[in-house]
Design a protein around this ligand. Structure first.
Ligand SMILES: Cc1ncc(COP(=O)(O)O)c(C=O)c1O
Length: 343
């Protein structure tokens, strides 16, 4: 099976498993896991922050960063298609006690003006306190879009003027780095907290990290304990993440090339709508409204050809490239697509 459902489905390679096997470990709740400590230092330095802290998932990273940046009753401004809004089980409401104020960004990129319009008047006691802006980079539901750094800088200026914090859901920040040539550290500079994931394109089985100043990381550590996220010999997982950062970043360019190639091939098939120029990284969404098939029909027919993908809604299908698929797999997937859409 050629599995294009997600970049989270990768399995650790032999070399990664060897790194896991050989990991030196200790009790991370005591701060004594040398592998976790090494990973935290490496990520903090990569993102230009004082400290970083290991958390078990991207969802936990966003949740704890938002908790550390807000008080219950506050409001957070973010794009309406954000992962935090769509797919994180309303943890921000249930656990942080904050309300989300959604903005319809342009392909996931919200503008300074849109944020400005949403900031509440602090003098009016009817309103919640706006305390945080969150940006997703790359943007999942907009098809792996890299958020333009110039707009991020403009939002940062506004945030500084109005006393807001900024969080980046950088689950795929290294895809943004590889695609744009702008370093993860340069993107991170404009944010108070940054969450990155090792379990997406980087190919580790688990784990995420939040980077921020030391005081914020202390608040995250307490919140992590509160929700049961303090783990013991978690160097086992950190070793895989270290391996991923050291070995699997540069190769993301292959995933991006494969995604672009898939999008180009799809764009010339009857009934398929996709703009390959809008494929920045490793996620491709295509629309089948003009085909006689629904997204589910496409998924079923393609799975009969040995290619897996995810229907997103009635007419939209998602395919994602990752280190578990190579150029030959993409050739086969393209062949299968052309059979399914021209039969
Ligand atoms: C942009 C983004 N943020 C956060 C997450 C959550 O990560 P996890 O599944 O590790 O909780 C995902 C998962 O795909 C994601 O795409």
């Amino acid at each position: 099976m050629i599995d294009l459902r997600s970049d989270t489905i990768t399995k650790p390679t032999d070399a990664m498993r060897k790194a896991i096997y050989e990991a030196e470990v200790g009790d991370d709740v005591f701060g004594e896991d040398p592998t976790v400590n090494r990973l935290q230092e490496m990520v903090a330095s990569m993102l230009g922050k004082q400290k970083a802290i290991y958390v078990s998932s991207g969802t936990m990273g966003n949740l704890l960063a938002i908790k550390a940046n807000t008080n219950p009753g506050d409001e957070v401004i973010l794009d309406a298609q954000s992962h935090i809004f769509y797919y994180e089980a309303a943890g921000t409401a249930a656990i942080c006690g904050v309300q989300l104020n959604l903005v319809n960004g342009k392909r996931g990129s919200i503008t300074k003006e849109q944020v400005e319009e949403k900031i509440r008047d602090l003098g009016n006691p009817h309103f919640p306190v706006t305390s945080l802006v969150s940006v997703e980079n790359t943007h999942n539901r907009w098809g792996g879009v890299v958020i333009p750094i110039d707009e991020i800088k403009r939002i940062r200026e506004l945030a500084d003027e109005r006393g807001l914090k900024m969080h980046m859901d950088g689950a795929r920040l290294l895809n943004a780095q590889v695609a744009s040539g702008i370093s993860a550290g340069e993107f991170a500079k404009y944010f108070d907290t940054v969450a990155i994931c090792f379990s997406k394109g980087l190919g580790a089985p688990m784990g995420s990290m939040i980077a921020a100043d030391a005081e914020t990381i202390d608040r995250v550590r307490r919140a992590r304990k509160m929700i049961g996220g303090g783990q013991r010999q978690v160097g086992i997982a950190a070793a895989a993440a270290l391996y991923a950062i050291e070995n699997n970043v540069d190769r993301l360019v292959d995933d991006h090339d494969n995604a672009k190639r898939l999008a180009k091939a799809l764009s010339i098939l009857p009934g398929v709508e996709v703009n390959p120029d809008e494929v920045d990284t490793n996620i491709v969404y295509f629309d089948v409204t003009k085909s006689p098939m629904s997204a589910i029909d496409v998924m079923v027919k393609m799975s009969e050809q040995g290619v897996l993908m995810l229907p997103l809604d009635e007419n939209r299908v998602r395919v994602v490239t990752h280190l578990g698929v190579d150029g030959n797999d993409i050739d086969k997937a393209i062949e299968a697509f052309s059979e399914v859409f021209t039969e």
